[in-house]
Design a protein around this ligand. Structure first.
Ligand code: AMP
Length: 171
């Protein structure tokens, strides 16, 4: 795990001053690390009933689609407004300054499906908390929210369903 953590690069003051950005592109582009990261996360869910993965635009699509392939499920996309072509349901959530919105297709699920939400990194938890709200309105059951990495000092998991958060690499 320490090896995987080491390969993630810190970029100070990106996208703005004071933020240390965890650049996962170095992990993704290294074949051994990428495969190991996906295998380790997927292993946790082998044998558990998961009907669909929900991937969050854009880096959540990378973990989400690799997990869907490994676990033999489909993937449902949560996207920025205006990108999904069919009827959508939207959620708006607070950012440090202002708000942001995400959308999902209204007919993305069958009632009662068990889903796994995937994103690259858990920071403040605002984004994934909004996605939890969005999918719960559509009547699915959340198995877990899975992340490649988590910035523990930001306490994001407190905003997510109790005991349903997994991150592979903790910073
Ligand atoms: P949050 O809603 O604060 O949990 O963060 C939403 C998304 O922003 C995460 O899924 C990451 O893609 C990205 N993000 C936030 N903070 C960082 C950071 N320090 N380094 C890398 N990505 C970040």
């Amino acid at each position: 795990m320490e090896e995987l953590k080491k390969i993630i690069r810190d970029i100070p003051d990106f996208p703005k001053k004071g933020i240390i950005f965890k650049d996962i592109t170095t992990l993704l582009s290294d074949a051994k690390s990428f495969h190991r990261m996906i295998d380790l996360i997927a292993h946790r869910y082998v044998g558990r009933q998961i009907d669909k993965i929900v991937g969050i635009e854009a880096r959540g699509f990378i973990l989400g689609s690799a997990l869907a392939y490994k676990l033999g499920t489909g993937i449902t996309l949560v996207r920025k407004p205006g990108k999904l072509p069919h009827k959508t349901r939207q959620v708006t959530y607070d950012l440090e300054y202002g708000t942001d919105s995400l959308e999902i297709h209204e007919d993305a699920f069958q009632a009662g499906e068990k889903i796994l939400i995937a994103d690259d990194l858990l920071a403040t938890g605002g984004t994934v908390a909004a996605v939890v709200e969005l999918v719960e309105e559509l009547g699915v059951e959340i198995v877990e929210c899975a992340f490649m990495a988590e910035l523990e000092f930001l306490g994001g998991r407190k905003k997510l369903p109790d005991g349903k958060v997994f991150s592979l690499l903790k910073f």
